[in-house]
Design a binder for this molecule. Structure first.
Ligand SMILES: Cc1cc2nc3c(=O)[nH]c(=O)nc-3n(C[C@H](O)[C@H](O)[C@H](O)COP(=O)(O)OP(=O)(O)OC[C@H]3O[C@@H](n4cnc5c(N)ncnc54)[C@H](O)[C@@H]3O)c2cc1C
Length: 375
């Protein structure tokens, strides 16, 4: 679209998580009149870390916000999968880490630092807290949103970035989160509590292949005097409540075959501070857009966390959406183009993530998606 036309576009993004905040940045940069509406009154992310993959890092460089990301991250070279006792099953460099002479290391980041880094780069007034979308109408060539605070707005493009329980998605889908019979117990701990296992900036997965129990050990060495560790225990569990309440004793029993240093870390965890969450995703969605409404991030494709690709996919969606608006002649074409570019690769990630890890898959490759997805 021509720059004058983009400037006249009024775009509303529902949800100020990673997808919504990145969309706000990318759409403001192409010149659109964009606002991001977040239901919360301030940013609120759980205490846990994630790895920003090379494709996300490249996007942040393109958007000019990489310095803000770099300041709160550590560069990582590889992902290692080990058995419960720390014997290597696999070690692989992050795919697409190098491009010619340039490196786009995966960056380890605390979730709160990530959302703060993104929102701090948004132009003044783009992010509106305290706006919960309550009623949405697709008018064909526009969409109208009624917020719980009583305000009503009509947009040329409405972007649903409102997560796994998306309200925007209900325009055309009654899909609900699918509980996958597993829990994640997550905490960020001081490096001094790491039993000597915090040695570099690389992600490690300790896997009990027979039971599917695992620990993701994600270093955040740039944080605090001793560095920090994002410690994520993921286990199959038949309690399907969204925020389960499982005791430390039960978890220790499940992890009894793991290296004693890992068990010691769990013993020392302040269990009150551990975030417990049931693992859920959504089924692949047929429809991602109408002529005026489009889904990005978890709203379109919530996936399990085993490949560490949910947040990464969310930010890439936002970048691709902005590119498609520039490339296409009309809004309807742009939204269809976005879906055509993103749906297939991301649904492949959703599928692979559902398979989780087992002895065979972990032994084959640390990145089952790498030959199928061309970021
Ligand atoms: C245990 C676990 C570990 C994970 N680990 C990783 C990892 O290592 N790497 C990775 O890439 N991903 C990981 N993920 C996935 C990642 O957290 C999600 O994919 C990511 O948060 C999706 O971002 P989003 O912006 O699409 O949605 P969300 O982060 O859910 O944000 C949606 C936002 O919309 C707001 N909202 C919702 N409804 C409304 C409404 N009606 N009106 C206004 N606002 C609304 C919400 O308040 C929220 O701020 C993990 C997830 C889990 C559960």
């Amino acid at each position: 679209m021509k720059i004058e036309d983009i400037k006249n576009l009024k775009i509303g993004v529902i949800g100020g998580g990673y997808a919504g905040a990145t969309a706000g940045l990318a759409l403001a940069q192409i010149g659109a009149n964009v606002k991001v509406y977040e239901q919360a009154h301030a940013s609120g992310e759980v205490g846990a870390g994630i790895g920003l993959r090379p494709a996300s890092v490249k996007l942040f460089k393109k958007l000019g916000i990489f310095p803000a990301i770099e300041a709160v991250t550590s560069p990582s070279d590889y992902f290692e999968i080990l058995d419960t006792k720390g014997n290597r099953i696999n070690l692989e460099e992050w795919p697409h880490l190098s491009e010619g002479d340039e490196k786009h290391n995966t960056r380890m980041i605390h979730r709160r630092d990530f959302i703060d880094a993104l929102t701090s780069q948004l132009p003044e007034g783009v992010l509106q807290y305290g706006y919960r979308a309550e009623e949405i109408t697709d008018n064909g060539d526009s969409a109208t949103v009624k917020f719980t605070n009583g305000e009503v707005e009509t947009f040329d493009i409405l972007v649903g970035a409102d997560g796994i329980k998306s309200k925007v998605r209900t325009l055309w889908s009654d899909s609900q989160p699918v509980m996958q019979g597993a829990h994640a117990y997550r905490a960020v701990i001081d490096g001094s509590q790491g039993e000597g296992l915090l040695v570099d900036d690389n992600l490690r997965l300790y896997l009990e292949a027979e039971t599917g129990r695992m620990i993701y050990f994600l270093p955040l060495r740039h944080r605090g005097e001793n560095g920090q560790i994002s410690f994520d225990i993921t286990v199959p569990h038949d309690d399907l409540t969204w925020n389960p309440d499982v005791s430390k004793e039960e978890v220790l029993e499940m992890l009894k075959n793991f290296d004693e240093r890992l068990i010691k870390i769990v013993e020392k965890l302040d269990w009150e501070q551990v975030n417990q969450r049931a693992a859920a995703d959504i089924d692949p969605q047929d429809k991602w857009n109408s002529d005026a409404v489009v889904l990005i991030g978890d709203a379109a494709h919530a996936m399990l966390h085993h490949q560490g690709q949910g947040a990464n996919s969310a930010v890439i969606d936002a970048g691709v959406l902005a590119d498609c608006i520039v490339e296409a002649d009309t809004v309807a074409e742009a939204l269809a183009l976005y879906t055509s570019k993103r749906k297939e690769p991301v649904q492949e990630l959703q599928r692979i993530s559902r398979e989780s890890w087992n002895a065979e898959s972990a032994g084959e490759t640390a990145f089952p998606e790498k030959d199928k997805i061309d970021y």
